[in-house]
Design a protein. Structure first.
Length: 117
């Protein structure tokens, strides 16, 4: 009896195909860029969006709507957003303390010079 696959008795071997390349989510990239910008001086103007976008992307990854390969980008953007926002708040508080203290010291000295206290 002859084989339907030609001269041999086994079917032809089909080489395995590579999986499709994972796509990078624009939300994960946006979270990362906003997080980096929050550390570069854009403060909470980009830090808060980095936190929001990063959390949204991680939630969509958990629900299976985005590829798992985007998790690291979203998480790094989320963390950088938190750090950038915290640093900008600390710098703002330090600025208020320093310049507010200088203003109070200046007002106190001005009162002593004018004879009022």
């Amino acid at each position: 009896m002859t084989s339907p696959f030609g001269n041999g008795t086994h079917p032809p071997v089909i080489p395995p195909q590579a999986p499709p390349p994972a796509t990078t989510s624009p939300k994960a990239i946006a979270a990362l860029v906003c997080g980096i910008l929050s550390l570069m001086g854009c403060s909470f103007f980009t830090g808060i969006p980095a936190i929001i976008i990063g959390k949204m992307e991680m939630r969509s990854i958990d629900q299976g709507l985005s590829p798992e390969s985007n998790r690291n980008l979203a998480k790094i953007g989320f963390i950088l957003g938190i750090v950038g926002t915290a640093v900008s708040c600390l710098i703002g508080l330090l600025w208020l303390l320093v310049f507010g203290g200088l203003a109070m010291f200046g007002l106190q000295n001005a009162g002593q010079i004018n004879g009022t206290f």
